[in-house]
Write a protein of this length. Structure first.
Length: 94
């Protein structure tokens, strides 16, 4: 395994977690005063870097794309199940 690829992918995962946490805590439109970038744009940037590293890791390790798609599809099904639990309740109308 290429350690640079592994460590860099791990780092990008952590940066995406941090960016999502900032969106949840401060809101998507909050602007970082140091970078002048809003949280939504920063999250999009970090996701782009993670997407690159996932592709690099997939190639370097010769991962089976079918297994990856199986994981993708399984997550889609479980997400759909849990998403139903988080639907807002309809308001009573009189």
């Amino acid at each position: 395994m290429n350690l640079l690829t592994a460590y860099n992918t791990q780092e990008e995962c952590a940066e995406v977690i941090q960016a999502i946490s900032k969106c949840l805590r401060f809101g998507m439109e909050r602007v970082n005063p140091e970078t002048q970038v809003d949280n939504k744009s920063h999250l999009a940037f970090e996701l782009g870097q993670l997407e690159f590293m996932i592709g690099k890791l997939e190639a370097d390790l010769e991962l089976d794309r079918r297994v990856m798609l199986n994981g993708y599809n399984k997550k889609a099904m479980t997400y759909a199940t849990y998403a139903k639990l988080f639907q807002p309740e309809p308001k009573d109308t009189l």
